[in-house]
Ligand binder design. Structure first.
Ligand code: MV4
Length: 495
């Protein structure tokens, strides 16, 4: 099967990212866009572009009929859904199967199995993949919940089967509150997802979030592209992602990789997917869920393996067998990604949408910026306020951190407040640098005032250096340090 034209059913940085690989492969691209995205770089980059409606995504990027209409009209062979929007929607996958349009992604049935956390756990159990101790299947009543609680102990977690990514989770501290929490969880699940099924797991207190990138073809071959660690999150929003993880040994990495491959084979997975695990303090790992899409943080895996994941997705969708085996893959160097948001870290991360008055990207060795904006553009209120993904690659973790620090300092954004100072704080924190951190990092160490202190920290470090240095360039250094401080301040100002 030959893919000559791909429609990208997405927007922003990921639409552009996908189109770039298509162009390298000699594949024509079709953009679909909402009214507010008319001037976006991904629309200009595409070979053809069609407006599919007003800004709200339920009137544009989420409307299956409109996207299929454009695909038919343009003789599109395949659709890449990116992440978010329709990317994990089995109804969309089924529709494309009926229309004989290739979905660059897994089958509708693989999406369905992994979309149900209970079905996903069942599949994992059948493959002997470790699970957090807890209920087998859905909890039907209070008596059963109490029985499970006696086995797993407190605190425990009630999770919604149709949830995921932290949605529909409740911690239960003691037996006295099970009744109330179970009712709340089931009602919440019913109203949020239309499915009241919940299950119970032992609460892992200080976990790290490790995920394995997998790639599977239509011929029964599957490989893993090692792990990404995404423990530094804020309210289930990832802040820093890296590959490889600073805690995994080769032995654990191989074990997790094998489990991830077996899960992919167990649901007849096709394409790129991600298997999420929790890692506890004793380095035991437990399957959490599988994401059946290309993830935001895929670039760090691309950098350490040298593999273009979008190219592989397209080749697999076209029916080709994977051209490499597990033993052909190895980890080279270290990659870090931070997500730069138009949010104010000193004001509870309130979105700060507006115009990108200045927008100058960092450049130079080992830096990749995946973004979808240009200077002068407005950041629309209708979508996720991510401005860019800033990715650095170097031979070692420390070099990748130093490179990221330089890249953050080179980034010049005015007009909107960004999370760049927050990213700099995170990657330069002792806990991050030493590798001794868990999913509670932000809650444990971040308060808005640390951003003031880190400015002062810069200033004091330079002052200390000056005190010891007889250099004649002192005056320049002082000016530069003040300029730098002013840049930080201006980034925080609203225009
Ligand atoms: C857990 C957990 C502790 N114990 N499950 C959050 C997102 C969803 N994928 C699963 N999540 C968690 N499940 C057990 N049994 C802690 C979390 C969790 C978390 C996991 C990964 C990254 C960040 C997190 C932040 C809070 C809670």
């Amino acid at each position: 099967m030959n893919i000559k034209k791909v429609l990208i059913a997405n927007r922003g940085e990921i639409a552009l990212r996908i189109m770039r690989t298509c162009r390298e492969m000699g594949i024509q691209t079709v953009a679909v866009y909402s009214e507010v995205d008319r001037v976006a770089p991904f629309v200009k980059y595409a070979d053809e572009a069609y407006c599919i409606g007003p800004a709200p995504s339920n009137q544009s990027y989420l409307v299956i009929d409109k996207i299929v209409d454009v695909a038919r009209k343009t003789n599109t062979d395949a659709i890449h859904p990116g992440y978010g929007f329709l990317s994990e929607n089995p109804e969309f996958a089924r529709r494309l199967e009926r229309e004989s349009i290739i979905l660059i992604g897994p089958s509708a049935s693989a999406m369905e199995v992994m979309g149900s956390k209970l079905a996903a756990k069942e599949t994992a159990k059948n493959q002997n993949i470790p699970l957090v101790p807890g209920s087998e299947g859905a909890i039907v009543d209070l008596a059963e919940a109490k029985n499970v609680a006696r086995e797993v102990g407190f605190p425990l977690l009630i999770k919604a089967s149709a949830g995921g990514g932290g949605k529909g989770m409740r911690i239960v501290e003691d037996e006295a509150s099970i009744d109330e929490q179970l009712n709340l969880a089931m009602n919440e699940a019913r109203s949020a997802f239309g499915d009241a099924s919940v299950f119970i797991e032992r609460y892992v207190k200080s976990p790290r979030h490790i995920e394995i990138q997998v790639l599977a073809d239509k011929h029964g071959n599957a490989v893993h592209l090692f792990e990404r660690e995404c423990s530094i999150q804020r309210r289930h929003q990832k802040v820093v992602e890296e590959a490889p993880s600073s805690v995994l040994t080769d032995a654990i990495r191989n074990e997790m990789g094998k489990c991830a491959i077996n899960l992919a084979l167990g649901c007849k997975y096709e394409g790129a997917g991600t298997v999420e695990f929790l890692l506890d303090e004793n380095l035991n790992f437990y399957f959490l869920e599988m994401n059946t899409r290309l993830q935001v943080e895929h670039p760090v895996s691309e950098l350490i393996t040298g593999i273009d994941l979008v190219r592989q997705q397209i080749l697999v969708a076209a029916g080709e067998a994977l051209s490499f085996k597990q033993e052909d893959l190895s980890i080279q160097g270290h990659a870090l990604e931070v997500r730069v948001y138009a949010e104010d870290p000193q004001n509870n991360f309130l979105p700060d949408i507006g115009t990108l008055v200045t927008y100058e990207r960092p450049q130079g060795p080992g830096i990749r910026v995946d973004d979808g904006f240009e200077q002068g553009m407005d950041i629309p209120i209708y979508y996720d306020p991510m401005i860019s993904k800033l990715i650095t690659y170097a031979g070692t973790r420390q070099e990748a951190i130093d490179r990221m620090t330089r890249a953050i300092d080179e980034y010049k954004i005015t007009g909107v407040t960004t999370t760049l100072p927050f990213c700099k704080f995170a990657i330069n924190h002792e806990a991050f640098k030493s590798g001794k951190f868990d999913t509670h990092f932000v809650q444990s160490y971040f308060t808005p005032d640390v951003l003031d202190e880190s400015n002062e920290g810069d200033y004091l470090a330079i002052a200390a250096f000056l005190a010891d240095s007889p250099s004649s360039n002192n005056q320049n250094l002082v000016e530069n340090s003040e300029q730098k401080t002013n840049t930080w301040k201006s980034q925080r100002r609203r225009y």
